[in-house]
Design a protein around this ligand. Structure first.
Ligand code: ATP
Ligand code: MG
Length: 579
């Protein structure tokens, strides 16, 4: 490819709406252009990167025994009604009507469609297990599309779905996919961590996410991990052992149960200060709105609630902390007059009360009584009505690993893929069955496995860049090398550059020659910004028979003959691609 012909417009500035590195560089270097919020044009350079990630994914999925197909992007409402998701999938589902007023949606994911395909075609246990996948655009009307390709509304996903006859078969395919994912991300030059994650309110199911660990703002997930063993989990799923804390009020002289004045103690800190007790002795009570109904969450005063865990505990689809007005409204309905800080399960009626496991250990503790400026001290579990004890606690760094007891660490991660044991979540309601050995109809035991292809490309930029631009790993770089004649009007430089270009092309290397009549500074800047893994510069030293080979990753520059530079690049690229 000739730079003079390559369809790319690099910009002088970063786009004003870009907050993270990958968004900034992909726009500045001419890879993507925004069409509308969360929707991007993938320009030729980007499309080359995406195709490479797709092909690596495809090769590894095929090697793992999965079969590729392609399902429609537009889906009929009826299948979504069968699974029960038409009602519960929120506003992320982009719904539309056709000219006959039939309701449809744009595919955010394809469980319903694939399950209907399976039930039409997989009738006998003899045909199972099967794993089917596609690589396709998805549409989700995300609340906050941001970070360019990392969280778009339209994005490219590889989604695979497995069908089997038993949990054992699912476990095996799950491990098979985990290995395929490790291969895919390794080949993309993108180290990932496989972490346990939340799998919703479906009992007993298992899921893992593949995270690119990053210290940039682009990491939307907190990952807790242990250096001493292999434990790692997304914050929405992480658990820990707690270091020792005071959990019996008797140690602070609170043995006798009574209601005491606690004026203006709106926060845990204020209450602790006033009563001279540690926060671990307080039973904190928070009001949440779960699917538009209030619920109370109780947790030890020094700990925080993890909302996804709470959401699963009450089997809700959406959850958020209640506003001051909603709390006031609840108090009025319950016949109390207390504000945030004094809310309590004591005396409340017809409301779900979920208590974190930490509450179980408390004795002679402090709790609100739904009266302004008052708390009960010396309280015990028998004083409170609790519907369910469950772990709803947000883990914090420094708490102890649930496996080996060493302190946990926390880092940020970008989720590039996930694997999920669905079990019969879709096959049962959709009556997707096969006949077993005894001729009895059984629902398929399913798994699903996603990779964000476009998010992976952006995550690769988050993991490989410097002040000047992108440093693509060779396997997913749009081109492997750029040949830069410094002065296009110098005949020797041009003819050497053209020869290198031709030799590299013949060796199957993806090469660009910068034949533009531009200042060398402009050419070098563009080369670094776009992120070619190698640059061969043909400049003045050509009179001594030397060109310069520059490695983008390390910045290393070495002078050598044109032939040496050509064969070095061929060697480096071939060796990187064979890994
Ligand atoms: P997230 O928690 O980031 O919203 P998700 O759990 O909704 O992800 P899945 O439904 O499992 O994601 O989709 C599979 C993969 O698709 C994810 O691992 C991610 O790589 C990618 N993905 C999901 N949502 C987006 C998005 N809005 N933009 C780009 N990629 C996405
Ligand atoms: Mg999502």
């Amino acid at each position: 490819m000739r730079m003079s012909k390559l369809f790319v417009q690099t910009l002088r500035e970063f786009p004003s709406d870009a907050e993270v590195v990958s968004h900034k560089f992909l726009v500045k270097a001419g890879y993507i252009r925004k069409l509308t919020s969360g929707v991007y044009n993938y320009l030729p350079l980007m499309w080359r990167v995406l195709k490479k990630i797709e092909n690596i994914t495809r090769e590894e999925m095929d090697k793992a025994g999965a079969q590729e197909l392609l399902m429609p992007f537009v889906q009929p409402k009826e299948l979504w009604e069968e699974s029960g998701r038409w009602e519960v999938y929120g506003k992320e589902l982009m719904r539309l009507k056709d000219r006959h007023n039939r309701e449809m949606c744009l595919g955010p994911t394809h469980e319903e469609i694939i399950t209907s395909i399976a039930r039409d075609g997989l009738k006998s246990y003899k045909q199972l297990p099967v794993n089917l996948y596609q690589i396709q655009s998805k549409f989700r009307d995300e609340v906050r599309p941001r970070f360019g390709l990392l969280r778009g509304r339209e994005f490219i996903m590889k989604d695979a779905y497995s069908f089997g006859t038993s949990q054992e078969e699912l476990d095996k395919e799950y491990e098979n996919m985990a290995q395929a994912y490790r291969n895919i991300f390794n080949r993309c030059g993108l180290p990932t961590k496989m972490v346990q994650s939340d799998s919703g309110a479906i009992g007993g199911s298992v899921s893992h996410e593949f995270m690119v660990i990053t210290d940039t703002d682009a990491g939307e997930n907190d990952v807790f991990y242990c250096d001493d063993c292999d434990y790692s989990a997304n914050s929405n799923h992480a658990v820990s052992k707690l270091p020792k804390a005071v959990v019996d009020g008797a140690e602070c002289g609170l043995k006798e149960k009574k209601v005491v004045d606690t004026p203006n103690t709106f926060s845990i800190d204020e209450l602790c200060e006033f009563l001279k007790v540690p926060p671990s002795l307080i039973c904190k009570c928070l009001v949440y709105i779960a699917d538009s109904k209030p619920v109370l969450a109780l947790i030890r005063g020094d700990k925080q609630v993890e909302e996804t865990k709470l959401m699963n505990a009450v089997e809700a689809i959406e959850i958020r902390i209640a506003t001051a007005e909603e709390i006031e409204d609840l108090m009025q309905k319950q016949g109390f007059n207390a504000a945030r800080g004094f809310i309590s399960p004591i005396g409340m009626k017809d409301i779900t009360v979920i208590a974190d496991e930490t509450i179980k250990d408390l004795k002679n503790f402090v709790v609100g009584v739904n009266e302004q400026d008052k708390h009960m001290v010396g309280a015990n579990l028998s004083d409170i009505n609790i519907d369910k004890f469950v772990d709803i606690r947000l883990v914090e760094a420094g708490e102890l690993c649930p496996q080996c007891g060493k302190p946990l660490k926390v880092t940020k991660g970008i989720e590039v893929g996930n694997i999920f044991q669905l079990g019969t979540k879709y096959s049962k309601p959709m009556n997707a069955v096969y006949l077993d050995q005894n001729g009895k109809a059984q629902p398929y035991v399913m798994g699903c496995y996603g990779i964000g292809i476009s998010r992976t490309a952006a995550a690769a930029v988050e993991a490989h860049y410097d002040d000047w631009g992108i440093k693509w790993p060779i396997a997913i770089a749009p081109y492997h090398v750029i040949v830069v004649p410094v002065a296009t009007n110098d005949e020797t430089q041009m003819s050497v550059a053209e020869k290198i270009y031709k030799d590299l092309l013949e060796a199957g290397i993806e090469v660009v020659i910068d034949d533009r009549n531009e200042r060398p500074g402009v050419k070098f800047k563009d080369a670094d910004l776009i992120g070619f893994p190698y640059r061969i510069t043909v400049g003045k030293t050509i009179v001594d028979g030397k060109v310069e080979l520059v490695t983008r990753e390390t910045g290393e520059k070495v002078e050598m003959t044109p032939e040496e530079a050509t064969s070095k690049v061929i060697e480096f690229v071939k060796s990187a691609l064979s890994k």
